[in-house]
Write a protein that binds this ligand. Structure first.
Ligand code: SF4
Length: 499
């Protein structure tokens, strides 16, 4: 049965920039450690990858477009010798993926004061900082907030020790960031004062490492020590580890998306294993929206733990309803029309023998635009042969854009911003639909509600941002290069916020 041709250009995958890693480990092959850490965090960014290594004389780096395993080979890793390393996987949106924007960013003009930086998140005042830099005559090599950060840090570092430079410059950065910085002699990890993006500290013997997710550590033979605290600055060198703090002490606001979607289920956040939290989200979902059915099916892979939780709580058996092709990525699909025409079928094949004639609860983590879920529901009916599809989402409805580094487009693209639950159900062709409530989502984490950023669900933005703010503006805006011109961004953020 032919399905409608669709395009992976409307793939609803939610992007976040990015994965970071750092280690100071003179006893080990630091580039190889970075490679394996980035490999284990490939899910956080697949557009480009890079590693920089340091020793007292130089910092060298290699970056490339594509997956970690494509960017690095044995020869390359052997060339990257040093006592410390940082690494980065980048996610970027379609059309703005450029090698110049790959990280780490390296500044190596000043002897003995070389610097490399990699960053995950989004500065809400990047445009203003960029304009100030350009206005003072700076020539920047790329259009990312990471380059702005590295440039400002380099200027300060040229006049003072790195620790002082960080404490002087980082308070000027407003927004979400977890950053790793490499000098000729130190590795530094910094997490923004609100702790939007995750950052974890690990240890292998006497050597320390930091990574966006704790799940990066086992592959390195490292133990998870703890999360880097919001506002914390960790300096690691041959003398060991020192802790410093940024002066701002706002209440933490961790990104809820990490809990139900971004981070791997075997990662820990706030001392809790995400797999267990996702199971509990499924249980909450079952309590909020029970429905008679024959099977509970998860959309692989991110919907699976919540589907297991729904099954546990409801007593309806869990089954695998799809086989997923895990080797399909955007970089593979987009250039080839023959693959694009196959649409969602190239990723998911329904198990007709399991589904045929059954009433199914279909659990996924979220819906952004609704187009992918519509195709999945249709696939289940037309190929799988199900008689009923009841869609259950383990997150609340996404109604507002994110300005802190998560890319799911503008408000106009979010289906829940403009349609009721009944209208969305009708659009995707399901028999029923339910989003987990915000309270249910928070309850499943076991963490106080006040500790989360929930802005994309309830519009309560914990950090103010400029009116013209766009998560894409650094790449899309000619203003970023040509001061004084409009960036053309039509803000669709909710009213009531001021700069
Ligand atoms: S707005 Fe949403 S996606 Fe962005 S940081 Fe807050 S919870 Fe995360």
């Amino acid at each position: 049965m032919p399905l409608e041709a669709d395009s992976f250009l409307d793939d609803e995958s939610i992007g976040e920039s990015c994965a970071i890693f750092g280690t100071f480990a003179p006893e080990f092959d630091v580039a190889r450690m970075a490679f394996f850490a980035l490999f284990s965090m490939q899910h956080r960014g697949q557009e480009s990858s890079g590693i920089a290594v340091a020793n007292p004389e130089w910092i060298v780096s290699h970056t490339g477009m594509g997956l970690v395993s494509h960017v690095f080979n044995e020869h390359m890793l052997r060339m990257l010798k040093g006592v410390a390393a940082i690494g980065h996987n980048r996610y970027s949106t379609t059309g703005i993926s450029r090698i110049e924007n790959a990280q780490p960013v390296v500044f190596d003009q000043i002897p003995g004061k070389h610097l490399a930086l990699a960053h995950n998140g989004n500065l809400v005042n990047a445009q203003m900082l960029y304009n100030d830099l350009v206005g003072s005559g700076a020539k920047l090599s790329a259009t990312t907030d990471s380059v702005v950060m590295a440039h400002m840090l380099q200027e300060a570092y040229s006049e003072m020790p790195i620790e002082d430079a960080i404490l002087e410059v980082f308070p000027q950065f407003k927004g979400a960031y977890s950053a790793v910085i490499l000098t000729n002699n130190e590795l530094i990890a910094v997490r923004d004062p609100m702790g939007f993006r995750p950052l974890c500290l690990g240890r292998r013997g006497e050597n320390y490492c930091v990574a966006s997710e704790s799940s990066a550590f086992p592959l390195l033979g490292a133990d998870f020590v703890r999360e880097v605290e919001p506002g914390e600055v960790i300096i690691i060198d041959k003398r060991g580890i020192r802790i410093s703090r940024l002066p701002d002490r706002p209440d933490p606001h961790h990104c809820m998306f990490e809990y139900f979607y971004f981070s791997r289920p075997d990662s820990q956040l706030s001392g809790k294993l995400l797999y267990k939290i996702r199971i509990r989200m499924g249980r909450e979902l079952s309590t909020e929206a029970p429905v008679p059915a024959d099977w509970v099916i998860g959309v692989p892979d991110s919907g699976t733990p919540a589907a297991i939780g729904y099954s546990d709580a409801s007593g309806i058996k869990f089954a695998e309803g799809f086989v997923k092709n895990r080797y399909v990525g955007r970089t593979f699909i987009e250039p080839l029309q023959v693959f694009r025409d196959l649409g969602v079928r190239i990723k998911l094949n329904p198990l007709t023998e399991v589904l045929e004639g059954k009433r199914v609860v279909l659990v996924d983590d979220s819906i952004v635009r609704g187009s992918t879920m519509k195709k999945i529901v249709r696939l289940m009916r037309e190929v799988g042969g199900v008689t009923e599809v009841h869609v259950r989402l383990s997150s609340s409805a996404i109604r507002y854009p994110c300005y802190y580094g998560v890319d799911f487009g503008t408000r106009g693209e979010l289906i829940a911003a403009h349609r009721t639950e009944a209208e969305i159900c009708d659009y995707i062709g399901a028999d029923s639909l339910h989003y987990l409530s915000i309270d249910g989502m928070v309850r499943a984490t076991g963490i106080e509600k006040e500790k989360f950023c929930l802005a994309c669900f309830n519009s309560e933005y914990p950090l103010k941002f400029p009116h013209q703010m766009s998560i894409h503006m650094l790449d899309e805006s000619p203003k970023y290069a040509l001061e004084g011109e409009s960036n053309g961004f039509q803000s669709d953020r909710p009213t009531g916020l001021t700069d």
